[in-house]
Structures are given as structure tokens and as C-alpha cells.
Write a protein that binds this ligand. Sequence first.
Ligand code: GZL
Ligand code: ZN
Length: 328
Amino acid sequence: MRRALLAALLALSLCSACGAKPNPQGDSAEEDLIVVGMSQVGAESDWRVANSESMKAVFTEENGYRLLFDDARQKQENQITAIRKFIQQQVDYIVLMPISESGWDSVLQEAREAGIPVILVDRMVDVEDESLYSAHIGSDFLREGTAAVDWIESAYPDGEPVRIVHIHGTLGSTAQLGRTAALEEAVACHENWELLARLDGDFTQAKTYEVMTEYLARLSGREDVDVVYCENDNIAFGALQALEEGGYVCGSDGVNVVTFDATRNALLDCLNGRISLAVECNPLLGPLVEETIQAMEMGRMPEKQQYVEERVFTAAQLTTALIEERVY
Ligand code: GZL
Ligand code: ZN
């Protein structure tokens, strides 16, 4: 939009040259706003909803922004369409939460040709030329997965068999790739760990409930499952429902459910013992994105990679008060 301001100023100078009285319409404050085109994955999880709220809370008119927010309903083609629309609208910045890592090179080229900086949030893109984006702000997903397998190691003394059901998130998303890599690495180097199944929960409760119910129905006995590794909380909620309907006891003296995100409902399940471990994945990225845009407005190059701080929770670290005061 600020490009429109430049064009108006140019028109003004031409008008004064030709003597015509320009009549600059429009609210000047409107043209001072920084226009941000934001392409969000969807609303598939509690984490995602908190992430969107965090963005909408900072990119307000009071703070000097016009936010054009697009919900891609978990389809990459919708994100690419939205980015092309933002380019036509000549936004000042594009903020992209990419659903998966591949398939972004050409549309990010188009943004660069239009002179519009792209900031990546949450998951990552896999592009030939890293100059196609100015910065990435998000989580170190491999580190999250490593924190989870370290806990599993500590929960099962060496030698004891550990039979694991792995329920992964949206295939090809950075969160899925990192959390899966950590588990696969750990399974490879613990001969007493056995991967019973890898199911696709796509980060949603409904999909997980469906695939986990089908899987448990095929198992001979209840004693087969020691750990269910859920790549986000909504997967954990679907798995818990299927496990308990199948007669399984979930918790430290039954099936250890491990999850990622650590949203409020998962922390409550952790406090009451249904979930054994919750690895935090911080969705509150709005302020960091806004700081990055402010730095670029001042002509400063932002840090290319910014990781958010994240913790790990078991019941021992939790109280109802702590859970209530958390934002998401
Ligand atoms: C992680 C994010 C993941 C969350 C899920 O940063 O990409 O996507 O872990 C969400 O809840 O669906
Ligand atoms: Zn994270």
C-alpha cells in the first residue's frame, strides 16, 4: 500500500508541474499503514488457532498495520493463490506459515520479482535459493522430538521392551519431519525399542481417532502397546479416546502417551495423568514476526533463523494455577 503512497506523491508533483489542483482523497493514516499479507495453514489444531490469534493481536491498525489474513484450509494450492493475490495487491510484506516444505520456489520467485519480502513462520520451506525469504521464525522440531525420546529412554530402564505406536502429523511438514526423525533415530539405536505401527493422524483428533481405533481392533492383546508417540495434542486427544474405548489404561502404569504442543487441555490431561509427557511448541509467534518487520522497516537485515524457547512438561512440573495462567 505504501507503494500507492509513492505513486500519489509522484502524481502530486506532476499535477503541481501542470498546475492542476490535485485532490488527494483518502485517509492519509490509511496509506501510512504497513500492509501485511498473511497466509495461514488452516485451523486444524488448538495450536494453529492460538498461532492465528497471536498474529491478529499484533497486526492491528492501532499498531500501524493493515492485515490481509487468508486461511488456506490446509491446502497448499490455496496458500499459493493467496500469495499471488497479495502480490497483485502490492502488499508491503508477505508472512507465510507453509503447510509443507516443498513446492514454493516459483511463487516465492514471483514475490521477489515484485519486491515483496517474505517472512516464514512456524514450519520451513525447502527452496533452492534461501534468499527467497528474509527470515524464519519458529521451532526446532528435531530438538522437540529429541526431548520426547530422552524422556521415553528415562521412563524405561535399559533392556525392557518398549513397543511404540507412532502417530505422525501432516506428511512433509517441518513439524512432522523433525519429530519423526527424532523417534526414528532413537528406535534405530535402541534394540529393545520396537515400532509397532506408524499411523497418519494429520495433526487432527478426528483422523487420529479413526486410524487408532482401526489399529487397536487389529491387535491381539492389550499388553502390546507401551508408548503412543503423538506428534501434536489433537492427535493425542484422538488416540486417548480410541485407547480408553479399547479398554486401555493411559498413564504411568499403563500406556504412556507422549504429545507435542502442550496446549492447555493437554496440560490438564498431563496433570491428571492421562498424558505422560507434553513437549511445548510455542504458537505465540506474533510479537517476534512484528519485531522482524519493524527491523526491516528501519532498513536492518533480520536474523535469518529465530527459534522460540520451549519447555517440557510432566505432571511433576504442573499445577492447575500454572495451567490456568498460560495464554493458550
Ligand atoms: C508446529 C505446528 C504444528 C503443531 C500442530 O509448529 O506446525 O502444526 O504442532 C499444528 O498442532 O497443526
Ligand atoms: Zn515447537
